[in-house]
Design a protein around this ligand. Structure first.
Ligand SMILES: [Zn+2]
Length: 444
């Protein structure tokens, strides 16, 4: 008999962990953190994991974690485990994989080929933390066998190239973890395809992300982001395609000012397009070396211009087009677009004028203290601020459409501040649904 249990992530955006268990095996997906894991120094003891569990920011999952260095908690560690165990990751965002560092070396972890590649690259440029667990790549439509559980990943679309939905099957349960998905990206057909496949598969349980059900009025929020003349009439959510149109307009409209672009380093599909849009608009995109290094690994046929002040010689000669210094940018600001990450904000100090385009880069939003600091610095430096970031998450109607297509026996909302709102919408649309309870064991 199969059971499944949600360990965390019902009322948070991210930090989702579901366990599927038989007498012989258990599978977990995903394995992220819904909070930044760095605790203030005075709260730090030996174990970061123990602290997170104590403040209820991470679930106390028995026989899975490294607990040897725990001082207060009595939690059985992985060495007591007797079941075949594996962890599957839908995509490489911290809220879905940031807790991998807490797994011991005996645990097998599966990610898509693109996500695994991205992980190694980010580790090389200091944007990821090392892990002890064993990392493996899964391929779409290929079954990974864990004891008597099989997991098959299906390509999806999210603002990370390697995003997949995960289909988990046992003798008596077919459960899908949707992962994060959207229709406003580069390949909405992938999302539709896995939903269709799920319908044919006769899914028992669909765990579906409900990010866009977290806020009272998502449309008005979206419109605030688009508060400029070019997209005034836009009513639909911003798509990746619309972003490129908007950037083209901005890059061409301001002939003398420096434009700053701050995207998320994990969104390689978007940033390679922005490089092209800059070029087509008569500007040169100048990258920090870490970004260029990650981009070059995914797009080896291309060359990138790098900001000299960030260059350490990591990028290969064949991928390096040229180096451009801050002084050159100051001399001819209208010729360039500078990608700028938060840690290098001081580079912008002496320009006196410019436009800063925040496009899902870090700090991601105002829940991060650094976001306010960023705005203060830009104000001080004389930069106008513009937020232009297509969401990685499906709109409300699209979530319902996917749920209706799948028509699972039960569709469970999670990954939302208001899962009850999604539950209500599902029910109103004739989709069988219940609100899951944290830690409760359900039968397949
Ligand atoms: Zn997420």
């Amino acid at each position: 008999m199969t059971t499944y249990r949600i360990w965390s992530g019902i009322t948070t955006i991210g930090g989702n962990i579901v366990e599927v268990r038989t007498e012989k095996a258990r599978v977990y997906c995903d394995f992220g953190l819904s909070v930044a894991s760095d605790l203030p120094e005075d709260e730090q003891t030996q174990s970061e994991l123990e602290n997170l569990i104590l403040i209820q920011a991470f679930p106390a999952i028995p026989e899975l974690l490294e607990t040897d260095d725990f001082e207060k908690l009595d939690l059985p560690g992985f060495h007591l485990n007797t079941l075949k165990t594996a962890v599957f990751i839908s995509h490489l965002h911290l809220d879905h994989m940031g807790a991998l560092k807490f797994l011991p070396k005996e645990v097998d972890v599966y990610l898509s080929e693109d996500s695994l590649k991205l992980y190694h690259l980010l580790l090389e440029v200091g944007e990821e933390e090392p892990v002890k667990c064993q990392l493996h790549a899964y391929k779409p439509n290929e079954k990974v066998v864990v004891g008597d559980i099989t997991v098959e990943a299906q390509e999806s679309d999210h603002d990370e190239k390697g995003a997949h939905a995960l289909f988990i099957q046992t003798e008596d349960l077919k459960l899908i973890h949707s992962g994060d998905f959207r229709f406003n990206g580069y390949k909405p057909e992938k999302v539709k395809a896995w939903a269709e496949k799920a319908r044919m598969w006769e899914t028992d349980v669909l765990l579906i992300e409900g990010t866009s059900y977290s806020f009272d009025d998502v449309e008005s929020e979206q419109m605030e982001l688009l508060d400029n003349e070019f997209v005034e009439e836009v009513e639909a959510p911003l798509t990746e395609e619309m972003l490129l149109d908007e950037l083209t307009y901005l890059f061409r409209a301001n002939e003398t000012e420096l434009l700053i672009y701050n995207p998320y380093i994990r969104n390689v599909e978007r940033i390679v397009q922005v490089d092209k849009v800059a070029k087509d608009s008569g500007r040169t995109m100048v990258w920090e070396e870490a970004y260029a290094y990650v981009l070059a690994a995914f797009y080896p046929e291309k060359q990138f211009t790098v900001l000299e002040e960030t260059f350490n010689g990591k990028l290969s000669d064949s991928a390096l087009k040229e180096l451009v210094s801050l002084d050159q940018l100051k001399e001819e600001p209208g010729k360039y677009v500078l990608q700028s990450s938060y840690k290098n904000i001081a580079f912008l100090e002496d320009f006196g004028i410019g436009i800063y385009i925040h496009s899902n880069g870090e700090p991601l939003g105002d829940y991060d203290l650094r976001y306010g600091l960023l705005l203060d610095s830009l104000d001080e430096y004389g930069f106008d601020f513009l937020s232009l970031g297509p969401s990685g998450h499906a709109g409300r109607d699209d979530i319902i459409e996917v749920a209706k297509t799948v028509s699972a026996k039960n569709t469970l909302p999670w990954h939302s501040f208001k899962p009850e709102a999604l539950h209500k919408a599902l029910t109103e649309n004739g989709v069988q649904s219940f609100l899951p309870e944290l830690g409760k064991e359900y039968r397949g």
